[in-house]
Write a protein that binds this ligand. Sequence first.
Ligand code: OXD
Ligand code: MN
Length: 593
Amino acid sequence: MTKNQNVLKWVDECAALTKPDKIVWIDGSEEQLKALRDEAISTGEMIELNQEKLPGCLYHRTAENDVARVEDRTFICTKNKEDAGPTNNWSDPKDMYAKLSPLFDGAMKGRTMYVIPYSMGPIGSPLAKVGIELTDSIYVVLNMDIMTRMGEDAFKNLGDTSNDFVRGLHSKANVDPENRYIVHFPEDNTIWSINSAYGGNVLLGKKCFALRIASFQGKNEGWMAEHMLILGIEKPNGETTYVSAAFPSACGKTNLAMLIPPEGYRNKGYKVWTVGDDIAWLKPGADGRLYAINPENGFFGVAPGTNEKSNFNALESTKKNTIFTNVAINKDDMTVWWESLDKNPPVNAIEWKGAEVNGPDYVANGGKLAHPNSRFTAPAINCPCVSAEFNNPAGVPISAMIFGGRRAKTAPLVYQARDWNHGVFIGSTMASETTAAAAGAVGVVRRDPMAMLPFCGYHMGDYFKHWIEMGEKLGDKAPKIFHVNWFRTDDNGKFIWPGFGDNMRVLDWIIERVAGNADAVETPIGYEPKPEDININGIEDEINVDIIKELLSVDIDLWKEEVKGIHEFYSKFGDRLPAELKEQLDILEKKLG
Ligand code: OXD
Ligand code: MN
């Protein structure tokens, strides 16, 4: 399939180590995929769902101990410990190879090794990159088919001599949690993952390559790999403005990426188009603006909480050619169910661990039919609002970048950074509060810079510096930076802002601001809309201008506390914290008085 000696030599080395019975090169053809699906169904690795109601859909159950990413077992192995920084687990590459080699030794005996060539990004895109994943799991092959551009074509981007491909080696081995490791060697373009079969740990194109390895590559090559959704907002005049946005987990990122505008906007002709829901690769284009591609080809979304109201487009995306992992099965018709899909759990249910239960009884007793981190792997092409630019090799020009968090009181509904460096400061101090049980109580603040805390493949201080340098390069063509918070609560702990589709009202201000059509007022933390500039037509029974004022209010005492928290957080980065960010913190302190 390829004459590339770098590829052939590396595959040979990995086969010599893992000792599979057979090696199969994945060409991406439908015949080959069908044979693999049939094989996985015959062994029970995959379960076929109702092919009339859910054509092409399959079900998979992971080991009970293997249901999520394992940050404590995730490593960045650089020669110098300092280069991994204070936010990553580190080990010397030599030591780590020595520790994992015996675990990989013979791990594929009696199994087949699949060689999966794939492209992150549209084939032929100057922003795309090639990876190869070696795995002993058909589940991985079938998921990679949905999540990436997989198969022989990926080698076209690589050519016969290039060595620029990411080497991913995965074995589920015995799925032993004590010996589970997700390890990155950024200086070798290499990822080793062992003893897991859960998506985030084993679909190596996603978090491991497209964020951890790619962030490192981006720093060295002058581009950015970010944990950001990408969406386009089309105005009635046909103009589309693209924005990218980063949020920590559990802030509704997939929902925002697939937002359906409120009726008033729809009637006027506004539309929202999804380019990506999780990862953006961004690079300056020939015109000096920042262009973004979504390196992925599908959505690996959390199922529970997804329903017709919260995310109609995501739900639609799962109606065909989708793999469901750890959700519940309705035994009567072999369809799927998860918490909050609707109010009718299947009576004859199979819960995520495989036990047959009476669904309503099980739920009434506090049981969860689907695992809270159960997932759908759905092709992007299924999404009713997928952007026409989804496969554009040039990407889309980004006009605004949005950071967000879950803050009960501190952050206002929306504010704009004064300039790029101020925006980097805002991103670097992003935080979410854990949801507190007691009404009105403020949770523990967890800082998650640019939502990259678990995904930055190098020293976070150097990562901040890279952001500053990208701003210098982009100059006045740089996207404008904003911060949003959908989660302000009242004194009873109730959310004030309706969220979901109504977030369009905030996006509207952002795109008009970028276009130079909206005013702003200056506050100590940045620019805010005039309260009357947030459109509340159609939600007047819930929201009025006074409530918008409350949502935009900046509590100086809380912000002084915030400054203390930022000082403490920044102290972790020592002398690798860019001077520009220290300066921004000083400016904020002065402005707060
Ligand atoms: C994800 C995550 O699964 O960020 O996308 O955890
Ligand atoms: Mn994510």
